[in-house]
Structure formats: structure tokens, C-alpha cells
Design a protein around this ligand. Structure first.
Ligand code: CIZ
Length: 358
């Protein structure tokens, strides 16, 4: 794989001007997708912005020969899976990954599946569900084993679908999205177990595995883990009228006491629909919270944590990398292409299509 040589630039204004010029020249040849967590200077150039569900749908519908995905690696992989062979997906900085996605790999998930098969009839009783924040190999695993992909926007629907297929769910890699969603659906704690891939039987007894309806992989998002219940209490003490909005990747102790729990799209819609003057403290990635603050100056928006926590890998895509990606298209010398292996692509597409169908 070829990587982008960065265009040497010190003056950011010049870089932004060059991006605009190249974007205009390339016209419909290129579609720029921007995830909500992107920094403002990059986000401003997105033709379409959204969460991974919306962006994967847009990628699937697009006919542009080049798609520049301003996001992280798993998102670009998803776009490549859903687009045609004639389309090229580019990730401006190939080092833009997701530490949570790295918490479950293909080999580990296959080992856990085999371990489960040693104690229960795994193919007949377990639906594997992977959060979209995962590698193409895990989406492929789900495709092959009758499973599905989910995002934080459709987690409840995908869990409903999955339990309609089989009695149990193996949910990876984010335990918090799985747990918070199931709790909101009324599932009791006794029916959920956490599987630590480093321990025999995930650290569980045979009896608890047999009883479990939801097996949660021991993964997490390090950014959302920084929000704590005491931040919610502190905000409420300072502002009596405040509403606390939390992302479902946050710990249960935060989600349980928040006024609203939802995906980025749901959080944005909630703030947009609120009455003027409503104050919010939001527990999700900082770039999105700052954007909401600017977008809704009549609705005071606070970051839920007193310490700054932004997704450092999301932050990697800067204007310089975006410019280099556009330049590589203009020069007909594509760099930073993300291409999923054909075998994974086939099965991963099946699990993504199951998600898009519900
Ligand atoms: O689904 C996504 O794009 C992510 C990672 C979070 C969200 O809630 O949108």
C-alpha cells in the first residue's frame, strides 16, 4: 500500500485555500465524507457528514469514483465493502484507527467462538453482533455465522433482530454499548456476562454461560470511559436546569443517571429540538460537543468532563492530510487507499446488509 507524501505547508490558510480549489476542480469525481468527531477545519469540507450508519449508507448509494473518508480506518473499510470495485476509498491518514476496534481481533473472536462451542451449541444458540467500530474481519465473521453489524444509532433494533434469530448474543467489542442498550430494553443484569478473552471461559462459570442471554466482550472506548457519575452530580449541583446527555459507550454509572442516552445523531437531534435557553452537559467526543456549542449559541452546551478528552486518532486527519489525499487524486497517483480483502469483503457485506435492511 502506498502512503501519502504530505504536502509541505506551514500556513494553514494556504492549505485550506488549496483544498477548496482542488475540491472544486475535482467536482463530482470525489465525495468527501466527514464523521461527527472530526476537527472543524476538516469537517467543513465534508460533502456529507454524519455517524457511521449514515455515512455507510451514503457510501453505498454513492457513484463517485473516489471517496475520501475523514474518519478512522474501520469506517473507510466499511465504505470499501459497500461500494463497487470501480470506486476507490481513501483514508487521509492511515494511522487514524480506533483503540476500541483493536480490542477484539479475528483470532481472538474465533478462539472465543470455539471455546463457547466446547460448552454450548454455539451455532444454534448464539448470534454474533459486532459494533461497526471493528475490523472488516470481524464483520466478515458475523456474516459467516448468521450475525450482524450494529451502530449506536440502531443498537436496539439489531439486538431485537439478533434475539429473534437465536437465544443468545455474543456482542463485541464494546461492552458498554451492549450493556446500556440491553438495560434500556429491560434486560436484567443476571442475564448478562462479561467475557474477558484472556481468561478461560472468559472468566465465567459454565452455569452463567448457559444462563446468559448477552455475552459482552470486555472492550471499551477510552474517551467515553473518562466520563464519570461524579461529573453528572457536579454539573447538576452547579446548574439546576441542566440536561445531561450521554453516549451509550459511556459507563453504565453515567448512562443510568443521564437525562438522555443516544448516538451522536440522536444527541444532535435532541439538542436541535430543545427549547431556546435549555442548558446541556454532553458526554461524548469533544469536537462534536464544541460544534454543538457553536451551532446552538442560544442553548448553553458544556462538556461533561472537567478534563479535555478528545479522540486522538479521530483528530489525526488534519487539513494537510486531506489536501494530500485530494492531490493524489488530481495527480492520478492514488495513495492511502483502503481496500478490504475479497473474502472478508463478501461476508462483511452480508452482515452490513443485514444491518442496513432493519
Ligand atoms: O456510529 C458512530 O459513528 C459512532 C462511532 C458513534 C456515534 O454514536 O455516532
Amino acid at each position: 500500500m502506498q502512503t501519502c507524501p504530505l504536502v509541505p505547508q506551514s500556513n494553514e490558510k494556504e492549505v485550506l485555500k488549496k483544498i477548496q480549489k482542488l475540491k472544486t476542480e475535482l467536482g463530482e469525481q470525489v465525495l468527501i465524507l466527514g464523521h461527527h468527531y472530526q476537527r472543524e477545519e476538516v469537517f467543513a469540507f465534508a460533502d456529507i457528514s454524519g455517524d457511521s450508519l449514515k455515512l455507510s449508507q451514503q457510501a453505498a448509494d454513492s457513484t463517485s469514483p473516489y471517496i475520501i473518508f475523514c474518519g478512522v480506518h474501520f469506517m473507510a473499510e466499511t465504505a470499501d465493502i459497500l461500494t463497487t470495485d470501480a470506486q476507490t476509498v481513501i483514508l487521509p491518514d492511515l494511522a487514524a484507527g480506533c483503540s476500541m476496534a483493536d480490542m477484539a481481533n479475528d483470532e481472538q473472536v474465533n478462539e472465543v467462538w470455539a471455546e463457547l462451542a466446547s460448552v454450548i451449541d454455539v451455532e444454534a444458540s448464539v448470534t454474533p453482533v459486532t459494533y461497526i467500530n471493528s475490523t472488516a474481519a470481524l464483520k466478515s465473521f458475523c456474516g459467516q455465522h448468521g450475525g450482524i453489524v450494529c451502530t449506536s444509532s440502531n443498537a436496539q433494533k439489531t439486538l431485537e433482530w439478533s434475539w429473534a434469530q437465536r437465544d443468545k448474543i455474543l456482542f463485541f467489542p464494546d461492552q458498554h454499548l451492549g450493556r446500556n442498550t440491553a438495560l434500556a430494553m429491560g434486560m436484567s443484569d443476571e442475564l448478562m456476562i462479561v467475557w474477558d478473552p484472556l481468561l478461560p471461559l472468559g472468566g465465567n462459570s459454565l452455569e452463567s454461560i448457559q444462563k446468559a442471554k448477552l455475552i459482552l466482550w470486555k472492550g471499551y472506548c477510552s474517551v467515553h470511559m473518562l466520563f464519570q457519575a461524579e461529573h453528572v452530580h457536579d454539573m447538576r449541583e452547579e446548574y439546576t436546569d441542566i440536561q445531561i446527555l450521554a453516549h451509550p459507550e459511556c459507563d453504565r454509572s453515567v448512562c443510568d443517571i443521564a437525562d438522555f442516552v443516544g448516538s451522536t445523531e440522536a444527541i444532535i437531534a435532541h439538542v436541535a429540538a430543545a427549547k431556546t435557553g435549555q442548558r446541556f452537559a454532553i458526554g461524548t467526543e469533544l469536537n462534536l460537543v464544541n460544534r454543538l456549542r457553536l451551532q446552538f449559541p442560544q442553548k448553553p452546551v458544556h462538556f461533561l468532563s472537567p478534563t479535555i478528552c478528545m479522540c486522538s486518532t479521530m483528530f489525526r486527519t488534519d487539513p494537510q492530510h486531506l489536501l494530500a489525499a485530494l492531490q493524489s487524486i488530481a495527480d492520478h497517483h492514488i495513495t492511502n487507499q483502503v481496500k478490504v480483502h475479497e473474502t472478508d469483503k463478501h461476508w462483511a457485506k452480508i452482515s452490513l446488509q443485514r444491518m442496513l435492511a432493519i
